[in-house]
Design a protein around this ligand. Structure first.
Ligand SMILES: Nc1ncnc2c1ncn2[C@@H]1O[C@H](COP(=O)(O)OP(=O)(O)OP(=O)(O)O)[C@@H](O)[C@H]1O
Ligand SMILES: [Mg+2]
Length: 354
């Protein structure tokens, strides 16, 4: 598996795909931050790779051989989150039959990944702030503080600055976390990476699903580049897996694309309007008409130009009249003539309906 760019990953299980300018920036910061103990906060929409970056940071840091402990602050019910993070002593509350080591303690010497930090309830935000400031925790019901040494990486899909303004997130905690911010770009803002990601996931799912799909055709790639990707890279990975599993063709084409792409991408992209034929050059029409007429070129003995032109004129006028059921107005239009000019020519050339 080739690694994109010159990002030196210690563990090649983290493949961060992308060559766009915004991804290069993210990788540059990641690489610099990995070497330190600084707190990092990763911002980005759902599915943009926040967790992937957090893991890459840890696995390329001096703490790589120690635990990486993720905590999803949005998925754990608020009342359980405190005991998950801080742990408790036996008998701390009804039901606490044994003591439990919290995740912050488990992350000692390693990294704690506080995912969806924006969903952390207010009172816990205060407790976390203390941990970050003093690097020690109190288990619930405990009597003494425990020293810990953890590196903190947080992530959120929320606009934390706005949450601070609206009083939903503590300002002091925000500043404590916002040491090295990393902004994960949404996929729709780095469309140049889409073909690369499609290829990467196609290979991955071919392998995983024992299939041998050769590729995705240009039309399908173009359509996918015009999709808005609300679920970002996770959504792209899911689409590719679905297509790999369901398609019976060796090359994926627009008809293999998921229904959602069909409804969301404007019709013009699926079905580009054929360009209106460039207006034909009058001399080209004349040349073609001449070719189709009886005239086969100037014979050795020469021609009577006046006569040939007259014959040709008669032929074209007859055709225009036939085409328009002998309605002179319309025939004149077809020939770009005034009606009166056409009538004069009919007289001169002695053209009548019979
Ligand atoms: N640049 C990338 N290259 C390859 N795979 C990627 C990349 N970015 C994300 N992925 C993959 O996409 C999926 C979603 O990434 P991840 O879970 O890190 O996103 P997230 O931002 O944490 O999403 P959420 O907010 O929903 O938790 C994962 O399977 C991840 O491995
Ligand atoms: Mg995540």
């Amino acid at each position: 598996m080739t690694l994109p760019m010159d990002f030196k990953l210690k563990s090649n299980t983290f493949n961060i795909i992308g060559r766009s300018e915004s991804v290069r920036k993210v990788l540059e910061i990641t690489q610099k931050a990995a070497a330190t103990d600084s707190t990092v906060i990763v911002f980005g929409e759902s599915g943009t790779g926040k967790e992937l970056i957090a893991r890459a940071l840890h696995h390329n840091s001096p703490r790589a051989d120690n635990p990486f402990v993720p905590v999803n602050c949005g998925a754990i019910p608020a009342d359980l989150l405190e005991s998950e993070l801080f742990g408790y002593e036996k008998g701390a509350f009804t039901g606490a039959m044994n003591s439990k080591v919290g995740r912050l303690e488990l992350a000692h010497n390693g990294t704690i990944f506080l995912d969806e930090i924006g969903d952390m309830p207010g009172p816990l935000q205060v407790k976390l702030l203390r941990v970050l400031a003093e690097q020690e925790i109190d288990r619930i019901g405990g009597t003494k503080s425990i020293k810990i040494d953890v590196r903190v990486i947080a992530a959120t899909n929320r606009n934390l600055e706005k949450d601070v303004e609206e009083g939903k997130f503590r300002e002091d905690l925000f500043y404590r976390l916002n040491v090295i911010p990393v902004f994960m770009p949404p996929l729709r803002e780095r469309k140049s990476d889409i073909p690369l990601l499609l290829k990467y996931f196609l290979d991955a799912f071919n392998k995983k699903r024992s299939k041998s799909i050769q590729g995705i055709d240009d039309r399908a790639v173009e359509i996918l580049c015009n999709y808005q990707w609300p679920g970002n890279i996770r959504e792209l990975a899911n689409f590719v897996e679905r297509m790999v599993v369901l398609s019976t063709n060796s090359v994926l084409s627009p008809k293999d694309l998921p229904e959602k792409v069909l409804t969301d991408v404007p019709k013009e992209v699926w079905d580009p309007p054929t360009l209106p034929e460039a207006e034909e050059n009058p001399s080209e029409i004349l040349r073609r008409s001449l070719k189709n007429s009886m005239f086969t070129g100037i014979p050795d003995e020469g021609i009577n130009l006046k006569q040939v032109v007259e014959d040709f004129e008669r032929e074209l006028i007859m055709e225009a009249l036939e085409k328009n059921d002998w309605v002179k107005n319309k025939a004149a239009q077809t020939l770009s003539l005034n009606r009166t000019t056409l009538v004069e020519k009919l007289k001169k050339l002695k053209i009548t309906r019979d």
